[in-house]
Design a protein around this ligand. Structure first.
Ligand code: ADP
Ligand code: MG
Length: 698
């Protein structure tokens, strides 16, 4: 048998170097092995054809067979959509397209037999299928296919003729050609004891399941394996790290910390901030390298904790650095921290991609001589050219935007890795964090500074524009500022940018008496900065932006956050955006604008947002609502692990279960020397080589 892991996918017939390059770039699939581990995100039950009169809004993907009676375009501008009235004689259902209208009209004819696949939903009391797949076939292929797999693809993949069907074909070739079994990755003992399907069978059936029951068993086996190795990795290697990495000992609370605390600190710390400071001080004095995750809802005051911990490092003769995911955020941290340290003899510098030439050289020199105490920046901070004289402490803000690989690079900035504090506003339920990160300690700021008025959240439909503008006028009239956010998600970048641009023009036309600025990720850093500055300074009253403002931006005078197409955002992202307002003393508002047409899940998301401001409640709900195949969800996932098939919440019980299985292995074979476990240790090694997350975390 050839080795799947070294066999390049370009050798599959019909693939070739170009498609191979797209697959590698877009979804990281390079070898045949990668390919067979690229699992479907959904399946369509092709084992039967449904009748129109039996479908309802709660069904999964189904297929129908019938004809299009006629087409109709409805709505104007961005809401323009094409409807096809489809019937099989038992009733009529609407097929709806929001994009590609011309293409659809040219491709499909009335009064011809089609097989239509889609997910039914209900709008205005009528069932419809949005963006269905349509095939022209005289007869549907029935149970011969069983469940048909659907694979996630990106825009660029589709343009490169790599849609779900194409991937399905590749799978057929590779899996059909697997004459020998794949090398098993679990021991016979584990397979037998936990009634698991052998690997080869599981792979075959996860792509081409004959029926739902077999699919379930195949998925179970693969999830078991995935979670088992995550746990085995933690149990086997976490202890090594503790032995390997000693930590700098910061046992002094010195002049800088005390001066700040007594003279500069503008308010009382909250109880939660005090508790977390204690935890951090404990770690820093322990002789072990600190590796701590600090969770705190937006606005809970993480920056202050970060700063005070940095002062501890300084008092003990070390430098500190802080990395933010965007330039805007790095700038803002820099300004905030300089402000808080006013009058103290501490040199703080900013390093980002746009700081170049002499300025950059002087900063690099200052870091080496130790003249610079605190460095704040973006990824630029971990570039190879940046050397410190004595980096003792590093903070990563908003971790979900940072790869764990980058975190690992930080470690090499001093002879012994610095203490690391990772701050995030995306809370991961505590038990989950412990199980997943193993040795990463978790601190939580679960209390907001006093005097905050909770943000009032309102859901509006996009046709209620007039009332929306009235509220905006009123707030701006009272001296407040307003954010308007548009979605920008990779999949449909061009359309999104167009929406943002149209929205901007519209607002400029609607509010001639006010200044409007615009910020999105495709702008040059300098231009972005200038636009941002217009808003921060109060010169502009309205900011039209994409989610680049999602993390950390602090403009206390902004009291209204309007989120357009709120249905396209995930819960934690909505919560992050909402956190941009409600930072001052005034009552703030978050307005979620959606179309009328909402899926059940979206409706629930919006309801949760309207009901609560509690970040933890939202995080839990988010994890529960999110499906494993939800693109948007994976994009904003706060979890460092890139799980291919398991879902940490839905499979929470399995996670606990395999934790025990992994514990048994480690306990009964502490030195990893039992021949029967060879398979496991070999596989773990192989995984650690390919999974950068694992090597970095443990
Ligand atoms: P986040 O946790 O989102 O990073 P920040 O650190 O930006 O929150 O803090 C949000 C706001 O709350 C800032 O304006 C900060 O000055 C203020 N703040 C932080 N701690 C306190 C406190 N203990 N009392 C009052 N205000 C505080
Ligand atoms: Mg922050």
């Amino acid at each position: 048998m050839f080795d799947l892991s070294t066999r390049d996918i370009k050798f599959i017939s019909g693939v070739g170097p170009q498609k191979a390059a797209v697959l590698a770039k877009e979804v990281g699939v390079r070898s045949l092995h990668d390919l067979i581990y690229y699992f479907p995100y959904k399946y369509v039950d092709r084992s039967r054809v449904y009748r129109v009169n039996e479908i309802d809004g709660n069904m999964p993907y189904i297929q129908l067979k019938g004809q299009i009676l006629g087409f109709e375009t409805v709505g104007e501008g961005r809401k323009r959509r094409l409807m096809a009235h489809f019937t099989d004689g038992t009733g009529v259902v609407d097929l709806v397209w929001f994009q590609g209208i011309k293409y659809i009209l040219a491709k499909y004819k009335t009064h011809e037999e089609y097989i239509v696949f889609g997910k039914p939903s209900v709008f205005n009391g009528r069932v419809n299928l949005a963006h269905p797949d349509i095939e022209k076939k005289d007869e549907p292929k029935l149970s011969a296919v069983g469940l048909q797999p659907y694979y996630n693809t990106t825009e660029r993949m589709k343009r490169g003729f790599l849609n779900s069907h194409a991937i399905e074909k590749m799978m057929t070739i590779v899996i059909g050609g697997m004459n020998d079994p794949l090398p098993e990755t679990l021991t016979p003992r584990i397979l037998a004891k936990h009634h698991l399907m052998p690997l080869t069978e599981a792979i075959r059936n996860v792509h081409f399941p004959p029926n739902p029951e077999v699919l379930r068993r195949a998925q179970y086996r693969l999830k078991f394996e995935e979670l088992f190795y995550v746990q085995l990795n933690i149990l086997r290697y976490a202890k090594d790290r503790q032995r390997k990495y000693r930590g700098y000992v910061f046992n002094k609370v010195g002049q800088r910390f005390n001066t700040f605390y007594e003279r500069n600190l503008p308010f009382q710390l909250t109880g939660a901030q005090k508790r977390v400071m204690k935890e951090i001080r404990g770690d820093m004095g322990s002789g072990r390298q600190m590796n701590r995750l600090l969770q705190g809802d937006v606005g809970s005051g993480k920056t202050l904790v970060a700063l005070m911990s940095m002062l501890l490092a300084l008092d003990n003769g070390y430098q500190a650095c802080m990395m933010a995911p965007t330039e805007i955020l790095a700038n803002q941290h820099y300004e905030t921290i300089k402000g808080l340290l006013a009058g103290m003899d501490i040199r703080v510098e900013l390093l980002t991609g746009s700081i170049k030439g002499k300025r950059r050289e002087s900063i690099l020199a200052g870091l080496l001589t130790g003249d610079i105490d605190i460095l704040i920046g973006t990824h630029a901070v971990i570039e190879d050219t940046v050397h410190f004289s004595a980096l003792g402490f590093a903070i990563i803000d908003e971790q979900h935007r940072f790869g764990v690989a980058q975190r690992a690079r930080l470690w090499s900035k001093n002879a012994q890795p610095p203490h690391v504090l990772v701050m995030t506003a995306t809370p991961i339920p505590r038990t989950l964090a412990m199980t997943l990160y193993g040795d990463l300690d978790v601190s939580v700021i679960d209390e907001l500074p006093p005097g905050r008025k909770p943000v009032t959240t309102i859901h509006q439909f996009d046709v209620q524009r007039e009332s929306l503008y009235r509220s905006m006028r009123q707030q701006i009239g009272e001296g407040r500022q307003v954010y308007i956010v548009y979605p920008l998600i990779k999949e449909s970048e061009k359309i999104d940018l167009k929406n943002l641009e149209e929205g901007y023009q519209h607002i400029v036309g609607e509010f001639p008496e006010y200044q409007v600025c615009k910020v999105h990720g495709k702008m040059k850093a300098a231009e972005k900065e200038e636009q941002m500055q217009r808003f921060v300074s109060g010169q502009a009253q309205i900011m039209v932006a994409t989610t680049v403002i999602e993390v950390g931006v602090n403009v206390p005078n902004a009291s209204v956050m309007i989120i357009q197409n709120a249905e396209r955002f995930g819960l934690s992202q909505l919560h992050q955006l909402r956190g941009r307002v409600g930072r001052g003393a005034d009552q703030s508002y978050c307005i979620l604008v959606t179309t009328y047409k909402l899926t059940e899940e979206t409706r629930r998301r919006i309801e949760i947002m309207v009901r609560t401001n509690d970040g933890f409640e939202i995080a839990e709900a988010d994890l529960k609502l999110r499906g494993p195949g939800d693109l948007e969800g994976t994009q904003q996932s706060g979890v460092a692990f890139d799980l291919k098939i398991a879902n940490i919440v839905r499979d929470g019980q399995l996670l606990q279960y395999v934790r025990r299985v992994a514990e048994e292995v480690v306990e009964s074979d502490p030195a990893s020397e039992l021949p029967e476990n060879d398979i496991l240790w070999k596989q773990l090694k192989a995984l650690r080589k390919t999974n950068v997350n694992w090597a970095a975390i443990s």
